[in-house]
Design a protein around this ligand. Sequence first.
Ligand code: ZN
Length: 405
Amino acid sequence: MVESVIQLKCECSNYPWGKVGEDSLAARLCSATPYNGFKLEKEKSYAEMWMGTYPTTPSYVLKTGELLQDVINANKEQLVGKTVLDKFGADLPFLPKILSIQKALPLQIHPDIELSKKLHKENPDQFGDTNHKPEIAVALSFFEAFCGFKPKSDIQQLLELEPLKQFRPKDSQWTDSTMRELCKNMLVAPEKTVADTLKALGDLPKSQFGSHSHIPELVPRLISQYGQADNGSLVTLILMNFLTFQPGEAICIPADGIHAYLKGDIVECMARSDNVLNTGFCPRADRDSVDLFVSALTFKQHDSKKPLLDRVDSEYSTTGKTTAFKPPMGEFNMLVTQLGKGDKDTIKEIPGPSVAFMTSGGGRMTADGKTTDIKAGYIYFIGQGVEVSYESSSSDFAIYRAYAA
Ligand SMILES: [Zn+2]
């Protein structure tokens, strides 16, 4: 029998939106795994660390260098277990990541299952998956993001501002197709129009923006990141909710939900897919078709309050010190164990595979008949049916664990 608790070696990517050098939590955590060959360079951007078996950036068994997926495939019943094998097969159905964001990520949506199948058939090189990719983000630091659309009445009010009147849709019914038209008007606007509009918005007195006084404040920030003429700036500022999160707060982005993360360190977890449509905050050449983007949008999320994902009690925690995020999709839930110095918790057997990663602090973990010292940056695959106990030796012990069951 193979060991059911396997320490992993993961990789960190270097997209230009990532934080630089030691500032990047993703890089610091990645460099904490012993002997993984990762060397943190001062000047480099470190954007995201992926933990799991997604084939483009897979995780490896630290001890042997084997691909985690190969080990899982050879020991499916033991590690994944029948329940999850029947539902999802032997590929882990979820993909956790640590993101360290210095400037806005591309304005994006992740197509739903139906569109993913279609896009994959037409263009398998760009759309490698037939799956949807709803995702959750949990703030590890102060976190800023654009998510979902503002309430229609707020958007209508903003369109009364002189510089924005030109984008008003012809249709005055304000159905979903009106929103699509409006979004398209902003995404296809020529560079000069975008630049002139952003400048005019930045020059208007704050008082004219009502409850959206963040708009003129963010104009110079977005211009400094993506230039004077990025269409993404218009869509995010005028049409989308701007949300801020304290550490520990989480958000859920449904399939087809529009989002652009702006700044902060987060834990992200998503259904197994890497499909994305981008239209802003990226070079023009990298943008997907505006028509495709606009046609795929969902307009369900109109809440100007935070579309927060609540933290709930976990049925697996024996002391109640471990809580859970349970997003409304079947692929995964996420446990969060936060302990003070000397605190303990035991997590009962979960009938499916999981990936656990420590984001701060240190202590000991007992599982599968072994006790190991653990610290921030250590990452483990934990097979189904294994009881796991933690004992903290620091005041800031935090371990996240994505699981399917
Ligand atoms: Zn995304």
